[in-house]
Each structure stands twice: as C-alpha cells, then as structure tokens.
Design a protein around this ligand. Structure first.
Ligand code: C2E
Ligand code: CA
Ligand code: CA
Length: 314
C-alpha cells in the first residue's frame, strides 16, 4: 500500500516536471583522438532542483522506469535531441549526438514507428543520431533487439553499445553482435579509472572491438595520463570531465546563437582570440557560452580561430 502510494506520488512528480519544463537535456562533448576536436556529444537528462541547479538525481532513471514513464520521458528526450540536431543542421553543423535509450524504451512496440516519425519530422541527416543501448537483462532476446535495431539502422541511426564490459553486456552480448547491428562500443568508466596503472581490461576490450570492426569510445576520461594512454592505443573517441563536463543545450538558443556567430565572425576578422573577453562583453554573451559554441576551436587550444569551422554564417 505504502509502495503503491509512493509510486503514484513519483509518477505525478515526474509528469508535473515534464509539464513544467523541469527537465532539460544537457550535452557532453566527445573528442576525436586523432584531431583533438569535438566530433559528437552525448545527451544527458537533467532535472531542475529545488535550489535552482540542474542535476540527475541518483534514483531518477530508476523511478521513471518503475512508475512506467520511461517511454514517455524517453520520447521527450529523443524529441528534444532531434530538435537540437535540426537547429544545428539548419546552420550547417553536422555534429552527431547520441541518446541513451533504456531497454524498456527500446523494446516498446511503438519504438520503431516513433523513431522513424521523429527522423522524418525533423529531417535528421543520416548518421547524425546515435542510440546508446544500455546493457540490460531485459535485452536477452537478440532476435527482438535485431527486429528493432535493423530498421532504425537502415534509416541512418547508428547504434552504440553502452557501458561495455559491465555486468550483462560483454561476452554474451558479443556473441550476438554479428546479428545485432552495433557500430560503436563504449568502454565503461570503471575500466578507464584503472588506467594507466592497470591496462589489462581496456587492452582486451580494445582488441575485441577492433576484431569486430567497431568504433570505440572511452567514457569517464579524467586525467591527462588516461588521455595519453587511450590516444596511444588508438581509441577513436574520448569523453570525460578532463575534456568537458556536460552543459545545458538551451545555452544555444536562437538569440544567443546569433550574437555568438557575430562575435565569432569579429574574432575571426581580427584573428586574435585574446579579444574574446572584450568581444563577449560587447555582444553580451557569456565567455563560457562562446566556448560551448566553438568547442573544437577551444579544445584545440588554437590561438587563431580555425577559418574552416563548418558553420554556415549567413
Ligand atoms: P552513462 O550513459 O554511462 O553516462 C555517462 C555518465 O558519466 C553521465 O552521468 C556523465 O555525466 C558521467 N561522466 C562523464 N564523464 C565523466 C567523468 O569524467 N567522470 C565522472 N565521474 N563522470 C563522468 P549522468 O548524467 O549522471 O548519467 C548517469 C546515467 O544515467 C547515464 O550513464 C545513463 O545510463 C543514465 N541516463 C542519463 N540520461 C539518460 C536519458 O536521457 N535516458 C536514459 N534512459 N538514461 C539516461
Ligand atoms: Ca551513455
Ligand atoms: Ca557508463
């Protein structure tokens, strides 16, 4: 009885949060090891906290799942992500983003039709939406997973196997990988934590990933030593606090974006990044937001702004 009451309260809290814009998607950039530039970003759910900050409470995903709202919230995350992609793509930015999909959401009977409708409505360019399928005991039927993933992949969606090496994912999942269409393997942070002192697990995972021809992403990169080791080991993409913590995607709203583009243009003309502070004051934008918009420039720590930055400036 108490449990049922708790679930009802949780359900009502989550629906209220959705209605009142208390959920937001944040983005954590991922960096290509070969170029040092941002090549994609992971979408992470955040909820407004009573003190005004944004966070993902430890038990939020579990409570969304347990009160039966994962499909509703998951669809909202997917739609927000597609909206973000559409805004970027209309400005010539073809940065892919990857979205976490819970097993409950993936195996829902409307998943394929809902996803295809979103791709169509937002005219998402093929290859720019990645679904991160988190390991789960529920994906124990590879045939069901293939029936869902195959049509999505045919529609240009890429699939990443998240939290690789943890619990249920791993060898059993690998056995099915020839039939389950997977493009990317994400090495879990727990293995990255042991680098560079203990390299055995990561080295084994990299070897497996290579033999299956998968792109590899290392998550939770926190130190320069880990970065250097992973780079030397040719892991394709790195993600972690060392490179960038997640940031709020709505930073890139239209007005800020237009001002930021003007600021970027002026810095480009003057060819001097030292003027960044002066110009961000002039255009009333936050230096941090400027940095978010031109992450690859900043991450490369270039003094000169790269002239080939792929933004169509009208
Ligand atoms: P995940 O998919 O493994 O996401 C990576 C988590 O690691 C994120 O935590 C991110 O903030 C954190 N992280 C990234 N780099 C570092 C680092 O260098 N150090 C440390 N200590 N942490 C790092 P977050 O945002 O709290 O998300 C936790 C989990 O919640 C995610 O783990 C994912 O499984 C789930 N999740 C988040 N958003 C969604 C969503 O929209 N849908 C679903 N189904 N699950 C989500
Ligand atoms: Ca993930
Ligand atoms: Ca993880």
């Amino acid at each position: 009885m108490v449990k049922a009451q708790k679930r009802l309260t949780e359900e009502s809290d989550i629906l209220t949060a959705l209605d009142n814009q208390q959920f937001s998607i944040w983005l954590q950039p991922q960096v290509a090891t070969t170029t040092g530039k941002v090549c994609s970003a992971e979408v992470l759910l955040r909820q407004r906290q009573p003190d005004g900050s944004w966070a993902l409470p430890n038990d939020l995903i579990d409570s969304i799942e347990s009160c039966g709202l994962m499909v509703t919230v998951g669809h909202w995350v997917l739609e927000e992500s597609c909206r973000q992609l559409a805004v970027w793509q209309s400005r010539g930015i073809m940065l892919p983003i990857s979205v976490n999909i819970s097993a409950l959401q993936l195996l829902h009977h409307d998943m394929v039709s809902d996803m295809l409708a979103l791709l169509n409505r937002y005219r998402i360019a093929p290859g720019t939406l990645i679904l991160e399928v988190t390991e789960s005991r529920r994906i124990d039927d590879p045939k069901a997973a293939v029936a869902i993933l195959r049509p999505l992949r045919n529609a240009g969606v890429r699939i990443a196997l998240d939290d690789f090496g943890m619990g249920y994912a791993g060898l059993r999942q690998l056995q099915h990988m020839k039939s389950v269409p997977v493009d990317i393997l994400k090495i879990d942070k727990i293995f990255i934590d042991s680098l560079p002192e203990d390299t055995s697990m990561v080295a084994a995972i990299i070897q497996l990933g290579r033999s299956l021809n998968l792109k590899m992403v290392a998550e939770g990169v926190e130190s320069k030593e880990q970065y250097a080791w992973l780079r030397a080991a040719d892991v394709d993409i790195l993600q972690g606090f060392l490179l960038r913590a997640p940031y709020q995607s709505t930073c890139l709203n239209k007005i800020i974006w237009v001002r930021t583009i003007h600021c970027f243009r002026e810095i480009r003309v003057s060819d001097c990044a030292c003027q960044l502070k002066v110009l961000t004051i002039k255009y009333q934008i936050n230096v941090q937001i400027f940095r978010l918009c031109f992450l690859d420039v900043i991450l490369c720590r270039q003094v000169k702004i790269i002239p080939t930055f792929p933004v169509a400036i009208a």
